[in-house]
Ligand binder design. Structure first.
Ligand code: OAD
Length: 232
């Protein structure tokens, strides 16, 4: 594998999906062992499910929080965080809600699908809530149910977050996609945004998928092995 000299690039964007966390032990969504092969998202990951049985949905997210807290960021997360410290402009755009990039030390992280570590009250807004169990299922001020601040199936992406992601991708000259099947909107459009700026587009994923042809190059190996080597 040919190493990448980061000094040749002004702005490097890493676009990550569930495969980025797979080697930490966090299950992916699709495929064998994926979250959606054990749980129906219709029962656990949409507004209708929450409205019907908030406690069941919150308990499911507590299981996910416990599973993530039992995992640690891996060498690939560390390589991205280290690169940010020695390069003028590195941005992570992630579909992951597990907070692994931040735990590894990344600072410029745009979370497209929200976070397992925040809750949202319809009336009183968003609050941080870190831990295996939620501090409370109800808002301390108004008593409403608190919902995980996550973009579920059928939800709109936050327009401000989306705008920040697109701006980062449109201004990068190296775009590295890692561990995403690329099937969930808006992931599929991202390589063409990057190419609009003439960016080099690289995919890191052990398996090809229907979006792979959008990339200039592919490294068919696990993220935790490739990343430390690639930017060493
Ligand atoms: P998927 O589960 O759809 O895809 C995971 C990808 O990671 C697959 O392409 C795998 O081949 C790849 N992969 C597995 N192990 C890897 C490794 N060690 N290194 C690199 N790649 C690896 O996950 P996402 O594409 O992230 O949304 O899914 C997108 C969204 O769909 C998620 O954010 C989630 C889900 O429903 C919400 O929950 C809103």
């Amino acid at each position: 594998m040919e190493k990448i000299d980061p000094r040749k690039y002004g702005h490097i964007v890493f676009f990550t999906g569930a495969g980025m966390s797979a080697e930490s032990g966090v299950p992916t969504y699709r495929g064998r062992g994926g979250v959606w092969s054990h749980y129906r998202w219709e029962e656990f990951a949409c507004q209708e499910a929450f409205d019907g049985d908030p406690e069941k949905v919150l308990k499911f997210h507590e299981l996910r929080r416990a599973a993530v807290l039992a995992c640690q960021p891996h060498a690939g997360h560390a390589a991205i965080a280290a690169l940010e410290k020695r390069h003028p402009r590195v941005t992570v755009v992630t579909q992951n809600i597990d907070g692994m990039h931040q735990r590894a030390g990344s600072v410029q992280v745009i979370e497209l699908h929200g976070s397992l570590w925040r809750v949202r009250c319809q009336q009183d807004g968003v609050a941080e809530d870190i831990g295996e169990k939620y501090r409370s299922y109800r808002c301390a001020s108004c008593g409403n149910w608190l919902r995980p601040d996550i973009v579920w199936f059928g939800d709109m992406l936050d327009q401000g977050v989306m705008a920040a992601a697109v701006a980062a991708i449109r201004s990068c000259d190296l775009f590295v996609s890692i561990g995403t099947s690329g099937v969930v909107y808006p992931a599929a459009g991202f390589p063409s945004f990057a190419k609009g700026n003439g960016a080099r587009c690289l995919e890191i994923n052990p398996e090809a998928n229907e979006m792979s042809s959008l990339y200039d190059e592919a490294l068919r190996a696990p993220a935790g092995e490739v990343l430390p080597e690639l930017f060493s």
